[in-house]
Write a protein that binds this ligand. Sequence first.
Ligand SMILES: Nc1nc2c(ncn2[C@@H]2O[C@H](COP(=O)(O)OP(=O)(O)O)[C@@H](O)[C@H]2O)c(=O)[nH]1
Ligand SMILES: [Mg+2]
Length: 315
Amino acid sequence: MRSLFKKFKAGLTRTVTAIAAQTHGLFSGRKIDAASLAELEEALYMADFGVETTTEILAEIKAAYRQDAELKGQQVAAIGAAVLRRVLAGSEGRLETHVGRVPSPDISRGDQVIALIGVNGSGKTTTTAKLAHKLKGDGQSVIVAACDTFRAAAVEQLKSWTDRLKIELIASHTGADAAAVAFDAWQAAKARGHDWLIIDTAGRLHTKGNLMEELAKIRRVLQKNDPAAPQHRWLVVDGSLGANSIEQAKVFHQSFGLTGLVVTKLDGTSRGGAIVGIWRQLKIPIYFIGLGEQPDDLQPFSVENYAKAVFGLEA
Ligand SMILES: Nc1nc2c(ncn2[C@@H]2O[C@H](COP(=O)(O)OP(=O)(O)O)[C@@H](O)[C@H]2O)c(=O)[nH]1
Ligand SMILES: [Mg+2]
């Protein structure tokens, strides 16, 4: 799993280097004193770890230092990582795939639907494509539904991804009924025996009421086929937005009952600590994180890799 850790580290580079630069070698041997601890505190705030988590990290380092005046370097980093591990316990969402499972006659194929929702620009369409690519790479069969029928370019954007990645797409014209597209896609997934259906949706906010209605309709229509669908209702959150995304998530959660999160764009921000606040406030499992714009830049969220990467530890 070293290569996965490397991806985390590379994807979180901005956050990791910002913390390292602001703490001037605290994790590589610099003495612990009031000045270095103050710099660490500032660095953690800047990286959006939030008051609670920052306070806990500082308190534990101070307590350990009182026990052992020789404490330094990687030992300090390890304490920070341990706090993150504890705070983030339970935050990893895991998809149960068909791989390695003996196909059971009780389990119908084509029964796993993932609906990706969220505001415009959060990364839904990109995540739809990356996720389909990932599942396909894991030996799953996938079909994708273009249910953002609101913007003219939306279907085209998804189509160019699915063409490139050779993934099956169900789409209609701009202005088409999004729920009808979802219904057709479900039927197609079932008929062709696909393992997964991933639904990309619209995210316009200026008509929030309509958006929530449209999402609810997609859900109702899918439930005609399968009362449990969509089994996964994931909010795609722009990880560089920090606290704003928490408020958005609450609105979506109320209307749609979220079962998971995807946090995108962690590569583009030095505020990668936001993920901790998102988990602390929402307690909705984080399935994947976006670490770039390439197909392989969607990774299952790993607390272990995240905690170690942030504090500059090795795998
Ligand atoms: N750097 C980076 N960019 C991303 C990531 N995910 C999405 N994007 C970019 O964010 C922009 C909006 O993404 P899009 O999928 O169209 O958002 P949507 O409106 O929610 O469908 C696009 O330019 C994407 O390439 C990510 O993890 N990292
Ligand atoms: Mg989109």
